[in-house]
Design a protein around this ligand. Structure first.
Ligand code: HEM
Length: 205
């Protein structure tokens, strides 16, 4: 039962995350493209009911994921079985931090949590050493986690070499997408000037 709910909640989250990551890929084109896409996408996920469902799924996904991690602790074998636990653990850490930071930025700091909010940490020394791997690994973990689920779900339909190929291919796609997003946000694809109000949030450190 818990597995079924975990999968159902994963589908709700995946439909958001897919478009959310596509949104971040728009940063390759430029800040205006990213902001334009986010503003239209917000008209859907910022609706009270949709956002409540999304945040509820985040909490449920983290909680149920941690239960699975504990249940099979020390019993996993094989690359994709271990990667599922590792990517899930990272996503639990990332989800809580990321959503907490977004809500804090919006409700406490009163900022528009747009692309500048996401990128600011990469433009204040030494925070880039945290934010670059933090975001890169999040994208890889999403692709990796889905790859592991497919590796398992397709076990009766696809031969092992084909499932392995699909899994490694998805990991590679995640690494390329993560790298492109991080390069754009770090200002390595074109000059990116972060407005002062976003940089000021780091002054307390
Ligand atoms: C490079 C990676 C990422 C960046 C730069 C990023 C950035 C952002 C930003 C700026 C927001 C605020 C959106 C708004 O104000 O409308 C946001 C919201 C959110 N992100 Fe991400 N994100 C990334 C990856 C992810 C991943 C991998 C996940 C899931 C595993 C995720 C889950 C969420 C969720 C659940 C929200 C809250 C939506 C809401 O209710 O407002 N993000 N993200």
């Amino acid at each position: 039962m818990l597995h079924k709910l975990h999968r159902l909640s994963a589908c709700v989250l995946a439909s958001f995350i897919l478009v959310h990551l596509l949104n971040h890929l728009f940063a390759i084109q430029g800040v205006d493209a990213h902001i334009g896409f986010m503003e239209s996408f917000r008209s859907i996920y910022r609706q009270t009911l949709v956002e409540a469902l999304l945040l509820g799924c985040v909490l449920f996904q983290v909680g149920s994921g941690l239960v699975f991690l504990r249940r099979r602790w020390g019993q996993r074998s094989g690359f994709f079985d271990r990667l599922q636990a590792l990517s899930g653990a990272y996503l639990a850490f990332f989800f809580l931090n990321h959503v907490g930071a977004v809500l804090f930025g919006r409700l406490v700091l009163g900022l528009d949590t747009n692309v500048y909010y996401a990128a600011a940490g990469m433009h204040v020394n030494p925070f880039q050493y945290f934010f670059v791997p933090y975001y890169f690994l999040a994208v890889v973990a999403v692709f990796g986690h889905v790859a592991c689920a497919l590796h398992w779900l397709l076990r009766e339909k696809l031969a092992l070499p084909n499932r392995n190929l699909l899994g490694y291919g998805m990991l590679l796609a995640g690494a390329v997408a993560g790298l492109l997003i991080v390069l754009a946000l770090a200002g390595q694809l074109y000059p990116l000037t972060i407005p002062a109000e976003y940089l000021e949030t780091y002054q307390i450190f």
